[in-house]
Design a protein around this ligand. Sequence first.
Ligand code: NAP
Length: 251
Amino acid sequence: MQTRDRRPVMLITGASRGIGAAIARAASDVYDLAINFNTNAEAAQALAGELEGTGCSALLHRADVSDECSVVDMFAAVRERFGGLDVLVNNAGIAGSYGGIDTVTATMLAHLWAVNVTGAFVCSREAARIMSTSRGGNGGSIITISSKAAVLGGSGEWVHYAASKGALDTMTVGLSKELAAEGIRVNAVRPGLIESDFHLHAPPGRVERMAPSIPVLRSGSPAEVAAAVIWLASPAASYVTGAFIDVTGGR
Ligand code: NAP
């Protein structure tokens, strides 16, 4: 068993912007943070600057989650810096192209799957290797940012993206059972229409156009998604595994 005379450690993939950055802000009062980014070093550095003085130690780590070697190196860096890992948030994700089935290509699908699905699987594997009690770890928590699109289907916009999130929902159910005896809880959050750069992949004005159709009549903020993640990661959710929290305003 690893000793834990340290603050708990959370690794968030794709935390330079949007929902990932909001999770980092919300977690910083309790956790030391590994902030993963891919292309946007400037935004990741700005976030780390914001967190200075909060008592949170932050490790910035560039890695493309679709690249297995980079992911393995990232987890080694986290272990070396913090001596362990308590929470993995699989947040990094892309939309792929925007449009109906006629726009789908094998090349686009392969990239989408590599980032959204393979990335989350390989990160979960590396986290389990550190956290599993049978390997000397302390247990922990894996939280995956899925999407309500996994249930709604994404018709006319991005069925391919929705399907990749459906794969993550299946991963969540399966790993929650597989890793329960290892002391690892595995859960997911399904955001709905959340204000972020994610919608730059769609025609301009998507959020404003769709907001009135949400039962609560508005889009959501990244901070509202982060609040659900923080609860799932916390001891208050100690008996919660294989669960999904919809943060959708009723959508
Ligand atoms: P976003 O603003 O576009 O941010 C995406 C983040 O993912 C960025 O930090 C980006 O890093 C990172 N990323 C992309 N590809 C990566 C890769 N290959 N390796 C590592 N990091 C990578 O999107 P968001 O809205 O915050 O989305 C976060 C998650 O929420 C995604 O999984 C998305 O599917 C999900 N989600 C979003 C919504 C929504 O309405 N916004 C709804 C449901 C689900 P760089 O900037 O450094 O490249």
